[in-house]
Design a protein around this ligand. Structure first.
Ligand SMILES: [Zn+2]
Ligand SMILES: [Zn+2]
Length: 290
């Protein structure tokens, strides 16, 4: 196992002045790229990331061990532990289907009109990906987001591109959660997706105005209604509306899709702002039904 340099093991922040523009660049070990120099190009970023890889070696999203430089981020043997959604998936939510004859999963077959048209997801939410998601959400492993987004693009890139989105919007988290965690995990994934699809990412398009408690006892319909009350269009939605630039086709991003009620509620709020088509993109999807 490679030995980490002292500064990679210890501090969270690493700062030095940007030589070309004289502003302060701050690197966070977990983001690897928290930068406050707006003039950086994509190429500049990728060069900077290469330097950061030397300073703060990237970690495998599955076992959290260090990935050798130049090798894939995820160890091949670890990648083999994950269960991709595969070629047979529900035409609406993206859940894996047991056979290719069915078009919709059990839930979607009986569902009435839904606010989002299609859902895509990369992995079945089982086994090793669960632990990975826990570290990603609760233990500061924000850096996994890049790999997750890459995997989603590798398996569903064509569908995502064909959708022709004009914006990517993450599912919002409440401010209190954001302060505690330091980041919105959905936003981290959305950022890479938007960059790859070459469309803007609006992190403040939706806002969660109330702290919602887990609502396992409620029915799906009640859950959606509850969540909708906790959501509202954010300041970016208002600004874009003013400029008459409300996105028409939005890719809505979250980390995990389980019952679909979060996606449903967010998509409904998006539609209320004037968006016409919503595609739901997640990294993991549950294989069970409500
Ligand atoms: Zn690994
Ligand atoms: Zn479905």
């Amino acid at each position: 196992m490679p030995v980490l340099p002292w500064f990679a093991a210890e501090p969270d922040l690493f700062r030095f002045p940007c030589p070309s523009y004289g502003c302060l660049i701050i690197f966070r070990r977990d983001t690897r790229f928290g930068i406050f120099c707006s003039k950086f190009t994509k190429e500049g970023k990728s060069n900077m990331n290469r330097v950061l890889d030397l300073l703060f070696p990237p970690r495998c999203p599955v076992c959290d061990g260090i990935s050798p430089i130049g090798a894939p981020r995820c160890h091949p043997e670890c990648r083999a532990l994950l269960q991709p959604v595969g070629a047979d998936f529900c035409m609406r939510c993206g859940k894996p289907l047991p056979d290719s004859a069915a078009e919709y999963c059990r839930d979607c077959a009986v569902r009435e009109e839904s606010a989002f048209e299609r859902g895509v997801s990369a992995f079945v939410y089982e086994g090793a990906i669960r632990d990975s998601m826990v570290r990603f959400k609760f233990f500061g492993r924000e850096e996994y987001a890049e790999w997750y987004a890459g995997e989603l693009l590798a398996s569903r890139g064509e569908m995502l591109r064909q959708f022709g989105a004009d914006a990517v919007v993450p599912v919002p988290v409440h401010r209190r959660k954001m302060l505690r965690r330091g980041y919105n995990q959905a936003e981290c994934i959305a950022r890479t997706l938007a960059e790859e699809l070459d469309v803007p990412m609006y992190a403040c398009y939706l806002r969660r105005n109330r702290f919602t408690v887990p609502q396992k006892k409620l029915s799906n319909h009640e859950r959606v209604r509850n969540l909708m009350r906790a959501l509202e269009p954010g300041r970016q939605a208002a600004r874009l509306k003013e400029q008459q630039k409300t996105p028409r086709r939005v890719i809505l991003v979250d980390d995990i899709y389980t019952t679909g009620s979060t996606m449903e509620a967010c998509a409904a709020v998006l539609k209320a702002t004037g968006t016409e088509h919503v595609m739901a993109a997640t990294i993991c999807i549950g294989s069970g039904y409500t």
